[in-house]
Ligand binder design. Structure first.
Ligand SMILES: Nc1nc2c(ncn2[C@@H]2O[C@H](COP(=O)(O)OP(=O)(O)OP(=O)(O)O)[C@@H](O)[C@H]2O)c(=O)[nH]1
Length: 205
């Protein structure tokens, strides 16, 4: 097995049973597993290359266990993450409280981690609007307050799932230069300068 170089560490956070594993399954394997719910123990990792313009960016996705029993462990997994997908279940108001908890944690301990707020299971809302427990605008306001992107997804139908992960990769791509260390940035600038010289000095230009 060859090791894959990971560009962005992404962590999935949220109350148990909100659908973190299902989101990853849908995105990575294009499937929705039916059958008895199996809670994640500890965490699971998967690497997924994704095309952004001309580039391929590999997301390293950590799917954490939502059970409060594993809270201390989940903290280990968000260390150094560049993106966090904080999930809540649109049909469960307590899951939104839990999402607020994870957002606070990230704001306090992982300030460079970009947050994506994700309301899951929107197929259930499409079927029966009375099941919605989190108003779209309330969640949107919260997302704006914390500077996060907000998505409502369904792993069952696939609605908005690719868009969510694509956005994570695109955001990383557009900010990657910003996060380069001084030395790397200088090297890139010199390379660009040299390329410009070659272009302007080339015969016929
Ligand atoms: N209808 C519907 N059910 C979903 C969706 N996503 C997840 N579920 C169901 O919700 C239950 C929990 O899903 P998981 O993906 O295992 O949840 P989790 O957040 O990974 O749970 P933990 O591992 O305990 O943290 C399962 O029975 C899923 O089938 C969805 O988009 N629509």
């Amino acid at each position: 097995m060859t090791a894959m170089r990971v560009d962005v560490k992404v962590v999935m956070l949220g109350k148990e049973s909100v659908g973190k594993t299902s989101l990853v399954e849908r995105y990575v394997h294009h499937r929705f597993l039916v059958g008895p719910y199996q809670n994640t123990i500890g965490a699971a990792f998967v690497a997924k290359p994704i095309q952004v313009g001309e580039k391929v960016i590999t997301l390293g996705i950590w799917d954490t266990a939502g059970s409060e029993r594993y809270e201390a462990m989940s903290r280990i997994y968000y260390r150094g993450a560049r993106a966090a997908i904080v999930c809540y279940d649109l049909t469960d108001s307590s899951s939104f409280q839990r999402a607020r908890f994870w957002v606070k944690e990230l704001q306090n301990y992982e300030e460079h981690c970009k947050i994506y707020l994700c309301g899951t299971k929107n197929d259930l809302i499409q079927e029966d609007r009375s099941l919605r427990k989190i108003d779209y605008h309330d969640a949107q306001d919260f997302a704006e307050e914390i500077g996060a992107q907000h998505f409502e997804t369904s792993s069952k139908t696939g609605n908005n799932v690719d868009e969510l992960f694509q956005k994570v990769a695109e955001d990383y791509n557009s900010t990657a230069f910003q996060y380069m260390t001084g030395k790397t940035k200088l090297a890139w600038l010199r390379l660009l300068q040299a390329a410009c010289h070659i272009f302007t000095d080339s015969p016929g230009s």
